[in-house]
Every structure is written in structure tokens, then in C-alpha cells.
Design a binder for this molecule. Structure first.
Ligand code: RM4
Ligand code: MN
Ligand code: MN
Length: 435
């Protein structure tokens, strides 16, 4: 760890990771060679897969680096980052270990930069880029003239809508200064009781407001419209599902897309089918990873339904190859860490994402297509499950190794004593902004 005199920051040196890797390199090489041999037998070139894994970068949200909470309470975690600089340092730790967290996504005003040059330098130091910026019209700010109590872009009061539109334009201005290229809009707008909203009016106001925001985007920017069926409103949500998002995006213009957050579906929704439909129509712009049992639980990716995650990745891999009409997708982890160390939780999420991706890359798409054409249902299932049941962890490890990341990021994080170092530096009671 490197501690600078003037501004304290934590940066893991490649040397430290290399030293730790030495301890398990022999075992890793044996496992990797075994798997690579099996794959060669199947006509799969391991290195090609590894290159895909190396290129896969997932943004970390600035609001997920501290302890999360529920409406019943929040349990602080020592050494939380209390400034944006510290948050970027934390992402730097994740990126150094995993080599797959190469971007940050900022929520405004939770993480409005004060010194832009300092923030950009800090990000450059850790090799971290700026992903989508997120607006917040679901909470009232201390100096705000209008309240979002009854909604923002859909509000019946024109002054409230104008304030919310203006906030989004301000977020774009901030993002431009940092080098972001997209804006994500998630609205809490909706109603708690039947009759509270005129559905058509709320939708129309939202459409008109979004269009004004869209027209304020620089020409090389994209707009991502996120949907969610409920919470914090419990009777209705204005942008409740992918269909509504799709429709709104279409009416905005060619650079507006739908954003899928895995937790924003009612139980048992077939998310992989939604993903396929959006890809087919070239409308899948952003993607928020997390896992859930019931609702927007924001749990560690892959911790509850890893097979679903794999099936989703199957569609993503297919779409990335076959749907040039779809833009490059902006990947982000959108989770909340209520009881685990946020950095450990994020390391686990990144691992789960790469495992599911690697498994999906193993699917023999030609064979699957042939089995589908032959209507051989059992074989279709076999093909998917054979890929899913392959232990691809050596591939994921090898991809990290080639980028000088840690073979085992979680144990490296623990061996380096990073949480304790953060507590020593920032104190036990430091608190991160965010949810
Ligand atoms: C929402 C949604 C958004 C995120 C907020 C904090 O449920 O997932 O993406 O910005 O939470
Ligand atoms: Mn989200
Ligand atoms: Mn959410």
C-alpha cells in the first residue's frame, strides 16, 4: 500500500499482488491447463475466451461503497469513504485486484465533484473511467424550492417538473466535465393509492419532460431509461416495465435506450426473454447487476439465482454477436451492502458476473441452433447445462493473471488487510453518502 504525505490515498502496488499470486500460481496453472485441455478437445480456444473476459469492465456506482440500509436501520461499516476522492480510491482497490472494475458511475447530488481536476486525476491514477451519470429526483434537496413528494418528471405541478428537468440538465453538465457519455434516469414517480394518479396524464408529462432532457444531451451522449414495478411507490410506478421504458425511449429519439436492472422485475419474470427482445430491437442500453429473492433486494450478484444469471448471459452473448443494431451495453453493479463489507461484496459480484459470462461463452451456439431447428428439446437443455456445469473459474483467474490482477481477489483483499488500513486512515465512524 502506498501512502502519500499530502493527500492520503491507498493504492495497491502490482508487486504486492504479484507476491500473493506466487503462493497459488502452481495450483492455478495445473487447474487451468486441465480445463484448457478439455476445451481444446471441444474445439474451443481458451485464449479467445480469456480476451473476452479481459475486455469486460463493469462500472461501480458511487453510492454502493458504504454500508447500505433498510427503512429499519443501517449498520455502519468502519472506514467508509466519506468523500468522492475516497470512493474512487475504493474503486481503485477493486480494480487493482480484479482488473474488471474500470469505471465509476456517479449519482448527483450525492457525489457532485468539488474539484473536477482533482477527481479526474484521481480516477486516472487508478485507471478508472466515468460511466453514466445518474440524476436524483426522488429525494428533496435542502435548498430545493419544490418538493418531489408527489413525483418529479410526472408531477401535475409544472414548477416541479421544471425543477426536475433542470436538475437532469445540470447532471449532464457535470458529466460533460468528467467525460461521461450517458445519463441514466430512474424515476420514483408513481402513486401509492388507486385514484391518486391519472395514469395517462402522468405518462404524458413524463414523456414531455424526458424529451426536453433528451434534447439537451450532447450529440455523442445516450439516455438510459430505467424501469421498476414498485417501490418507493406501491400502487403504481409511471415507468413500471420495459415496455413503458421502450416506448418512452422511442419517442425521445435514436440515442435513448432501455436500462435493465435485474432487481426491477416482479418475481419469476423471464428476464432473459426481455433481454433478448431488447437486443433484437437494438434497445438495450444499460444494465444493472444485482440479485434478489423477492423484489429490489440489491443482493450480491449470483448469490441467489446463478442459473438465471447464466441464462441472461446466454442472451447477452448471443446478442453481442448477432445484434449490431444494439449499442455497446453500459454494465454496472447496482447493489446495496447491508451486512457485508461493501468491497468484499463487490469483489464477489464481479466474480459472479465473470463466471456467468465465461459459462455463456462456452455454449456451442451452432449446436444449440441445430438442436432448436431439430426440435430436440432434451439436447437444447443438455447444451446449456453442460456449459453451466463447467467449472470456469480457472479461465476467470487466468484472465485476471494476464492483466496483473489477483488470482483470488477476496483472499488478497483480506491478506493485505485493506479494511483495517481504511479504518486506520478514515476512522471507524466515517460515513458514505448514498442510500
Ligand atoms: C433505484 C435504481 C437506480 C438507483 C437507485 C439508487 O432502485 O436501481 O438505478 O440509482 O435505486
Ligand atoms: Mn438500478
Ligand atoms: Mn434498484
Amino acid at each position: 500500500m502506498l501512502l502519500c504525505d499530502n493527500s492520503l490515498y491507498m493504492k495497491i502496488e502490482k508487486q504486492q499482488i504479484g507476491d500473493l499470486n506466487k503462493k497459488s500460481i502452481i495450483a492455478h496453472k495445473a487447474q487451468f491447463n486441465f480445463l484448457a485441455g478439455q476445451l481444446t478437445h471441444l474445439g474451443i480456444k481458451s485464449q479467445q475466451l480469456i480476451e473476452r473476459l479481459k475486455a469486460f469492465q463493469v462500472a461501480i456506482p458511487s453510492w454502493a461503497l458504504g454500508a447500505g440500509g433498510t427503512r429499519f436501520g443501517r449498520f455502519s461499516y468502519g472506514g467508509e469513504p466519506s468523500t468522492l476522492e475516497q470512493k474512487i480510491d475504493d474503486i481503485g482497490v477493486l480494480h487493482a485486484l480484479t482488473q474488471s472494475a474500470g469505471a465509476v458511475s456517479l449519482h448527483i447530488p450525492w457525489d457532485t465533484p468539488e474539484d473536477y481536476e482533482a477527481i479526474k486525476q484521481k480516477a486516472a491514477l487508478h485507471n478508472i473511467g466515468f460511466d453514466a451519470v445518474n440524476s436524483n429526483t426522488f429525494q428533496d434537496q435542502p435548498d430545493a424550492r419544490q418538493s418531489y413528494r408527489f413525483g418529479s418528471l410526472s408531477n401535475v405541478d409544472q414548477h416541479v417538473r421544471e425543477q426536475a428537468i433542470h436538475h437532469n440538465i445540470e447532471v449532464i453538465r457535470i458529466g460533460k466535465k468528467l467525460g461521461s457519455k450517458s445519463l441514466t434516469v430512474w424515476l420514483a414517480d408513481g402513486s401509492n393509492f388507486p385514484g391518486q394518479h391519472n395514469f395517462q396524464t402522468a405518462l404524458q408529462y413524463t414523456q414531455t419532460s424526458l424529451k426536453i432532457i433528451y434534447d439537451s444531451l450532447p450529440k455523442d451522449w445516450k439516455l438510459y431509461i430505467e424501469y421498476k414495478p414498485y417501490e418507493p411507490n406501491f400502487y403504481s410506478t409511471v415507468i413500471q416495465d420495459w415496455g413503458t421504458s421502450f416506448m418512452l425511449a422511442k419517442e425521445c429519439g435514436a440515442r435513448a435506450y432501455t436500462l435493465v436492472d435485474l432487481g426491477h422485475h416482479l418475481p419469476n419474470t423471464n428476464i432473459e426473454q426481455i433481454v433478448a427482445t431488447l437486443l433484437h430491437k437494438g434497445m438495450l442500453g444499460g444494465f444493472h447487476f444485482n440479485d434478489s429473492k423477492y423484489g429490489d433486494d440489491d443482493l450480491t450478484v449470483g448469490s441467489i439465482k446463478p442459473y438465471t444469471l447464466f441464462l441472461i448471459f446466454n442472451e447477452l452473448v448471443y446478442g453481442m454477436a448477432k445484434n449490431p443494431q444494439n449499442p455497446e451495453i453500459a454494465w454496472m453493479i447496482d447493489a446495496s451492502h447491508n451486512i457485508k463489507d461493501p468491497l468484499e461484496d463487490l469483489i464477489q459480484s464481479l466474480e459472479a458476473i465473470l463466471i456467468a459470462y465465461a459459462q455463456a461463452l462456452l455454449i456451442d451456439q451452432q449446436k444449440l441452433r441445430a438442436a432448436q431447428e431439430a426440435q430436440d428439446v432434451a439436447l437444447c437443455q443438455e447444451i446449456l447445462q453442460t456449459a453451466y456445469r463447467t467449472d470456469v473459474r480457472p479461465l476467470v483467474k487466468e484472465s485476471r493473471l494476464q492483466l496483473h490482477g489477483a488470482l483470488d481477489p477476496l483472499s488478497a483483499y483480506r491478506s493485505l488487510g485493506i479494511r483495517q488500513a481504511l479504518i486506520n486512515e478514515r476512522g471507524k465512524d466515517a460515513r458514505a453518502s448514498g442510500l
